[in-house]
Design a protein around this ligand. Sequence first.
Ligand code: 13P
Ligand code: SF4
Length: 320
Amino acid sequence: MTAGTHNDTSPGMGKEELAGRIEQLKKEMRAIVLAHYYTVPEVQDVADIVGDSLALARAAESTDAEVIVFAGVYFMGETASILNPDKLVLMPDDRAGCPLADSCPTDDFRAFKAEHPGAVVISYINSTAEVKAESDVICTSSNAERIVRQIPEDKEIIFGPDRNLGNYVMKKLGREMIIWQGYCYVHEAFDWETIKKTVEEHPGAELIAHPECREELLRHADFVGSTSGLLKYAEERPGTTFIVATEPGILYEMRKRSPEKTFIPAPKDASSPWSTCTQMKQNTLEKLWKCMENRAPRIVVEEPLRKAALRSIQRMLEMS
Ligand code: 13P
Ligand code: SF4
C-alpha cells in the first residue's frame, strides 16, 4: 500500500456537489468507479458499474480506464490491483477490510493445507492476496458451484475461508470438502427463530438468502443465491413480497429494478432491525471524492505476491 499526499480538508459539500465533482474527476483522470451493492445508495449512484464480487472483478479485468476507483472492501481493491499492476487503483478507505478475509491468517492456512497434501485449494474471493497465492483457484458466491463441479472427483478439495458457503456447496453438490471455519459476521447474524416471525407475519412472501448465511436458515429459504442471483430472482419472480436475508444495501437495487414489489430486510434479532456491513459503509461519497482528488489511498500489491495471487484469480475467470 502506498499513500500519497492527502487532502484532508472538507469543504462541507452536499451530496449533489460531491457527485458533480466526482463526475468531473472521472473525465479528467479517465477513471472508472466500481461499487459493490452493499455500499450506500449515493455511492452506488455515482458508480459506473455496481455489481457483486464476480461482476466487479470482471469489470476490473476488462476496463480500459486509466484509474480504477473501488468502493468496496480491501480484498476487492486488492484484486483489482492484482489484475491491473499498471493502473492506479484507489479506494475511498483502505482501512475498510473484510473480517471474513482477515479471519484466515496465511500461516494458519498454510498449516491447514499441509494437513491435506494433494488437495485442490479453492478460496473464496473474500480472502487476502497471500491466501489467494496459496490457492489453486478462487471463487465467488456466484460461481462456487460451477468451480467445484470442475474439480475431478478423485481429488480432495480444501475450501476456505467461508464455512457457510462451503457447507452450502458441499450439500448442494453432494461433494465432500475440507472446510476452513471462517464466517461473515453480517450473514452469520441471521437466525431462523427471529426470521420465522417475519415470515409468519407475511404469508405469501418468499424468503431469499445469501449462501454466507447459516445452514439452519438456508434450510428454510425459498431461494438461495449470490448477490446477483438474489437480484435476478426477485426481479423475475411473479411474487410481490420478499424477505431478504443478506446485507440490506442490496435493497436499493432491488427496489430500483422492481419498484412495485415489497422488499423486507430480514431482521437480525430483537434489538437490531437488520445486519449491516460496517466496513462497506465506510465508503462515503466524501471519501470517494477525496481519494480521487488526492490520488490516494492507492492499492499496490508487491511482486511476486501479485503474480502468485494472479494465477488463482485468472483460473477462476477462465473457469466461470
Ligand atoms: P457476493 O458479492 O459475491 O455476493 O458476496 C457478498 C459479500 O459478502 C461481499 O463481500
Ligand atoms: Fe466481508 Fe461480510 Fe462485509 Fe462481505 S458483508 S465484506 S463478507 S464482512
